[in-house]
Design a protein around this ligand. Structure first.
Ligand code: NDP
Length: 292
């Protein structure tokens, strides 16, 4: 069997085109230039790359990008003050504080200080609660991107068995909520799950959000299943560093119906969903109908 390789890069590019059109309409019809503020504390190299990519893509689609950098030894109060200023700023529709924060800061306190209607990461306790109770929320970007890919493959997800490996608050848990809302039968597995391979083998939709290189093997995959690999792991092979997912791609691709590669699968969708969330926030704040 030859599985369909899901091209997240191409799908994300289409989404950015649509987002650019929506940003143009917002500007031309309502005089609003949509703005995303990204806050980076410290010098973590991976975070710097993420922030640079987010800012560049925001500008590329004609939105304003406001980048704020604080030194690693900035106090939590300084960061909270910056967040409060951004909350009040009418030019800012979305606020993202890049995680992880330095040890001396309480990430929950900082995230919960963001105005919920500007919380484009969807991590604020209000958005978590709204999503958990099936109400309109700003939804975390990575799970949102996974759902878009799954809808493209399956259309209606009703009745499908979904197994999510990982229960983090940024990926596993919100994704499980979204799959439940889409009428899947959802199992959430984690580090204490017994016999993970046989749990995975039940899945019509198998999502890996673990952070362990290639932990999911080909014989854990049900023939024909859709496999979404969220993991990003940097490994050394033959003296070279490369990125691999949580799924052993070659093994799983021989069995799956559809599979996302790493890189080029879920990753690009995440930033595209951030742009979509910022546009959504800008429309909702002005009571405008949301772009399709
Ligand atoms: P976390 O470390 O927060 O969560 C990992 C989850 O995996 C936990 O629930 C943990 O279980 C579970 N787990 C760990 N080891 C095992 C195991 N051996 N068997 C079964 N379950 C296990 O990670 P994140 O959710 O933040 O990220 C997961 C991966 O996704 C990472 O590689 C990260 O880099 C990537 N990622 C990619 C994004 C993208 O845009 N593509 C965005 C965000 C993350 P327990 O709860 O019991 O500890």
């Amino acid at each position: 069997m030859k599985s369909q390789i899901i091209n997240g890069k191409a799908k994300a590019a289409q989404m950015r085109l649509r987002a650019a059109e929506a940003a143009t309409r917002l500007r031309e019809d309502h005089g609003v230039i949509c703005g995303l503020a990204v806050v980076l504390v410290g010098e973590d190299p991976a975070s710097q790359v993420y922030v640079r990519n987010k800012s560049a893509q925001t500008r590329e689609i004609g939105m304003n990008s406001f980048e704020h950098r604080l030194p690693a030894d900035a106090s939590e109060d300084e960061l909270l003050e910056l967040v409060a200023t951004l909350n009040r700023d009418p030019a800012v529709d979305g606020i993202l504080v890049q995680l992880p924060l330095p040890q001396h800061m309480n990430a929950d306190r900082v995230v919960n200080a963001i105005a919920p209607h500007k919380d484009v990461d969807g991590f604020h306790i209000s958005n978590v609660g709204l999503l958990g109770t099936g109400q309109r929320a700003l939804v975390p970007c990575t799970p949102l991107g996974c759902m878009m890919m799954l809808r493209e493959i399956h259309g209606d997800l009703s009745g499908l068995e979904a197994v999510v490996v990982g229960r983090s608050k940024i990926v596993g848990k919100p994704l499980a909520q979204l799959l439940m809302m889409a009428n899947c039968t959802v199992t959430v597995a984690h580090s204490r799950t017994r016999d993970l391979p046989s749990v995975c083998r039940r899945a019509d939709i198998l999502i890996a959000a673990v952070g362990r290189a290639e932990i999911i093997r080909g014989d854990w995959v049900k023939p024909g299943a859709s496999v979404i690999d969220v993991g990003i792991n940097r490994v050394e092979r033959d003296g070279q560093f490369r990125l691999v997912g949580d799924v052993n791609f070659n093994e799983a691709a021989a069995v799956a119906g559809a599979i996302t590669p790493v890189p080029g699968g879920v990753g690009p969708m995440t930033i595209a969903c951030l742009l979509v969330n910022t546009l959504t926030a800008a429309h909702r704040a002005r009571n405008l109908p949301e772009p399709p």
